[in-house]
Design a protein around this ligand. Sequence first.
Ligand code: PDD
Length: 277
Amino acid sequence: TTMLWNDRLVKKEEIKLSIEDRGYQFGDGVYEVIKVYNGSMFTVTEHIDRFYESAEKINIVIPYTKDVLHKMVYDLIEANEIVNGYVYFQITRGSSPRAHAFPQPTTEPVFIAYTMKGERSIENFEKGVKAKFVEDIRWLRCDIKSLNLLGNVLAKEAAQQAGCYEAIQHRGEIVTEGSSSNMYGIKDGVLYTHPTNNLILHGITRRVIMSLCEEIGLSVIEEAFTTEQAIDMDEFFMSSTSSEITPIIQIDDSIIGNGKPGEWTRKLQAAFDARVQ
Ligand code: PDD
């Protein structure tokens, strides 16, 4: 398989990464995941924009223009003949003798990208999944798509240990987001979701969903809700690049609605399908 190592398309075996790469030692970098449907990247501009924004927030200067990066990633998908799947890319602050503070300004960031094949999780979309409440122990800059994912990793692991597909993180009473997804509840025909601030990632799928709500006539209130309100919702779902719109039919021991994907959720899924087909 072909991968991108900085601006070069190379075989996986050719890539040499330093043990002093700051991504490896400090999680000092940012990343993106883009879904490929029928050979084309969905919401690619939004993902690339967010990549530059995340990098800028931690003072990493990406050494390519957005157009060049777009072309590099496009060529990678072509090289690997990806029809349905993903492209993952990350940039780190580069390699330098281990010290917390930023390295010399001459240190070059290290960019890596590779593709994965994968089909959509139709069964989850149709049947829905279970989720588990997990305390959100992450830092206060969850708006940055950082390689530091320890809080997210521990949350997902706790959920999976409990036989659940995803964690629903909460800071005290307030539901924030999933371990790698955004969360939504629908009550009396109104969709509630956490506002986009420093406590959650501003999901690209979330942005698509905001526009789909307008399209199908579902009112939206971007206000945080509590765990207690969450289990009392008529419908509940999560969103991300990979899980798209996945209904949540049970949280811990509480069944949501009638335990089946809700009407509004299914309308949103249908509207989403129309955009990716
Ligand atoms: N996860 N919140 C968190 C913490 C995430 O990691 C993600 C994405 C999302 C949803 O964002 P988007 O709709 O832009 O994918 C929300 C990616 C897919 C991952 O880590 O694999």
